[in-house]
Design a protein around this ligand. Sequence first.
Ligand code: MIC
Ligand code: SF4
Length: 642
Amino acid sequence: MGKSVAQKIIEEHLLSGEMKAGEEIGLRIDQTLTQDATGTMAYLEFESMGLQRVRTERSVAYIDHNTLQSGFENADDHRFIQSAAKKYGIWFSRPGNGICHQVHLERFGVPGKTLIGSDSHTPTGGGLGMLAFGAGGMDVAVAMGGGAYYIAMPRLLKVELSGRLQPFVTAKDVALEILRLLSVKGGVGYIIEWGGEGVRTLSVPERATIANMGAELGATTSVFPSDEVTRQFLAAQGREGDFRPLESDPDAVYDKVIKIDLGALEPLIALPHSPDHVVTVRSVEGKRVDQVCIGSCTNSSLADLLKAAAILRGHKVAEGVSASVSPGSRQVLLELTRSGALADILGAGVRLLECACGPCIGMGFAPGSGGVSLRTFNRNFEGRSGTADAGVYLCSPETAAVSAIRGRISDPRTFGRPVQAVLPGKFAVDDSELIPPAPEGEAAALETVKGPNIHPFPVGEAVPAKMNLKVSLKTGDNITTDHIMPAGAKILPYRSNIPYMSGFCFSAVDPGFPARAKEYGRSVIVGGSNYGQGSSREHAALVPLYLGVRAVIAKSFARIHAANLINAGIIPFEFENPEDYECISLSDELSFPDLSGLGKERVRAVDTATGKEFFLRCVLTGRSREILRAGGLLNYTKEAQK
Ligand code: MIC
Ligand code: SF4
């Protein structure tokens, strides 16, 4: 039987398990990446595992999320990451060099290789034919040390593309179309493989935009073939030697196939507050806009910004609109400068922000009260922009640029002449902001530098034979990790200070949660379906752990968050009968009389307030059962090293 691209890469990297959907597989990881908001924790964890040097082919530490340095905390984190990178064998991408996923695509990504990153949009590398996964920092630390990355073998969903995009219809609209079709839960348990003749018409950055937003579908990852288009992209980056062709076999079999005719798509937009609230731009045309932001790891490539610049040329941003552009990398910014496109952007009255995540993670540029913000980003969760009552809409750079000029949401097709991006045959390559690690011989003598804001992280406890836990929080469906542990300019500087962060846990859902959880000592959270979607931040597990949360019972979990809970030693239980969710109330005490069969058989629980009995599943493989038993991945790894 023929194989798909994903199956070929998995087969080449399989260290344990069988490629059968649902079975646990262990993968050899070639490359890792971290960013600053999750990196400090990942390197602290790497150190606590007693590891001395990375064993991957390539590991890179990026500084891109928080570059404001509004106090010493942030600068100290950067200095710690830089010192850890030098010592442990990791490349360091300095602040200002660009957003991790964009820079990785340009300078390090290699078709056919595996990559894990402590950021949920790591699958962006799938645009280059990599098998790239978002993971928690602890999993990245293990992979840096040469350990396998474990996942349940996903099912395969093929998206068969035909035709060609019409003018002003973009890769972002393809990403939004699939979200419209499948929803934020639709990709759970799948690798999405993009194929068909239509793929040949899409450039690598366009493929990367689509693979990037696979994260919003909950997919394990997304992958494109590596073909002539890929070769040309790598050659333009001076890296043709990294090219390797990779196509699916004609008789490859998929669990599900969806067909999309690129030519039939039109400009789309996601309404507040979920990336799958997708409608046509046409249907919301005319709505007043207060803010427009172009950038983020989804849409900040040179082609994206050249097209936005071509629309803005000779126009002015409408009086009521505040507009920004954040180029994805220094390379993109240099090319914009050389081509003169930057002058078009600035001439239109757009504010130029740093080559970083910026407004996407609420680091500045928060909209005004009740503001309408059009963003080319990937997430529009409530409050993520920094303004609780703002409405964030997700669209393409073309839709954003035309709407910025008109001050109203506008279908870009009404702009008139189609715009084109003429890309250089060779990109301006300047790797001087990428600092190499120290040679192995010199590394042992180096010390990592930790500032006073860097606090130890909490470590879990072994699962007891039985326990009683009070319900410290009950949530609805689709809780994001932004709900659990918000980001933004006020909190992001404290990513290495869990005790401080704990005061903000679930602040937008229930500000009383941290105090209640502390009062209860040990507690359980009850959630709805798709609990923990979104960001890979393991703080969404470590902070609840610090507050005494020992288990989360939900209707279903998002993949990365469930793995982070297990790594932290918190039990992710699923209701056997989702209707039992209704019978549990805040502050009830739940008793778990026998946890000895955890992971092997269903677990009985009793709500002592009502006497109601119900059953829970904890779908665990042998390895994750052992991790939980040991009280988390750190304890487990230490035990294994003994
Ligand atoms: C995000 O887009 O939510 C982030 C910020 O990049 C996160 C990582 C983080 O919280 O540090 C992600 O996607 O994993
Ligand atoms: Fe940065 Fe936003 Fe991309 Fe996350 S989604 S990596 S915050 S640009």
